[in-house]
Write a protein that binds this ligand. Structure first.
Ligand SMILES: C[S@@+](CC[C@H](N)C(=O)[O-])C[C@H]1O[C@@H](n2cnc3c(N)ncnc32)[C@H](O)[C@@H]1O
Length: 250
């Protein structure tokens, strides 16, 4: 396994929460944190892998759940710590596929979760398998691991299954580039700067079908309990472009 690259340094962290994605809306955060709080249980303990700036962790903590986090990026975590309530959330800086949330915390969590497509940031199968094992290591028996991520978009790509344009405006062009051999997808963002020229930022993701993730969960001693298309429990179907999956530790 190679060391993960930090794609969320200071420039990305500075504008991370200004995103227009619906996941940042209050209405959505009430839905997502409500889903997670039900699984954590009253006064439960939850661990967010890739806690970032606390987009989800803070509303979840506001519901009475004791939230801990792991993240690679000092800059993202500095943003979390600067928010009201953020400094009280214990965060371990490290790679969530291997790092322990803290001394004595193995088997201590009711819920571990990894959302917003971030399982794909782990760009190798070994790394993703290790992530499931690390989630299971933190859970008590009966505790749950939740992953929210996209269904591989390779099916919706152009007929050669290589490229998919997901954004096409004057300010931003976004193209996902698939390699079905390595199961890597490079997400290319071309963003217009103030001088009118475009800068490129390309980030690799490893895409995996839900069934492969189920197998990773089985290897880690967990079984699928629920799978939805979205946090509002829309049923998962052949047309779903995302999934929210819940595995339970045996
Ligand atoms: C898209 S953000 C998601 C942040 C937060 N979970 C949310 O939903 O807003 C991805 C986060 O994953 C973190 N990350 C990516 N790979 C990581 C790894 N291997 N170990 C720890 N953190 C990682 C990044 O630093 C970043 O904060």
């Amino acid at each position: 396994m190679t060391d993960p690259v930090d794609y969320f340094g200071a420039p990305v962290a500075a504008s991370y929460d200004d995103d227009s994605d619906l996941r940042f809306s209050e209405e959505h955060l009430a839905l997502e944190s409500g889903f997670l709080a039900e699984l954590a249980g009253e006064r439960g303990r939850a661990l967010e892998l890739a806690i970032g700036t606390g987009r989800v962790a803070l509303p979840l903590a506001a519901r009475g759940v004791s939230v801990h986090g792991i993240d690679l990026s000092e800059a993202m975590v500095a943003r979390l710590r600067a928010k009201p309530g953020g400094a009280e959330i214990p965060v371990e800086i490290g790679d969530f596929s291997t790092a322990l949330a803290g001394v004595g915390l193995e088997g201590e969590f009711d819920l571990v979760y990894l959302v917003f497509n971030t399982i794909g940031n782990v760009a190798s199968q070994d790394g993703q398998v290790a992530t499931f094992a690390n989630a299971a290591r933190h859970l008590r028996p009966g505790g749950c691991f939740v992953v929210e991520t996209g269904v591989p978009g390779v099916l919706w790509a152009q007929p050669d299954h290589r490229y998919r344009v997901f954004s096409h405006t004057d300010a931003h062009h976004g193209i996902d580039e698939y390699d079905p051999v390595t199961q890597l997808m490079w997400s290319h963002h071309y963003t217009r700067g103030e001088d009118g020229s475009y800068g490129r930022n390309s980030v690799p993701f490893r895409y995996a079908w839900p069934a492969e993730l189920d197998l990773m969960a089985r290897l880690a001693g967990m079984r699928l309990r629920e799978r939805w298309e979205w946090w509002d429990r829309t049923p998962f179907t052949a047309d779903s472009e995302s999934h929210v999956s819940v595995w339970e530790k045996e």
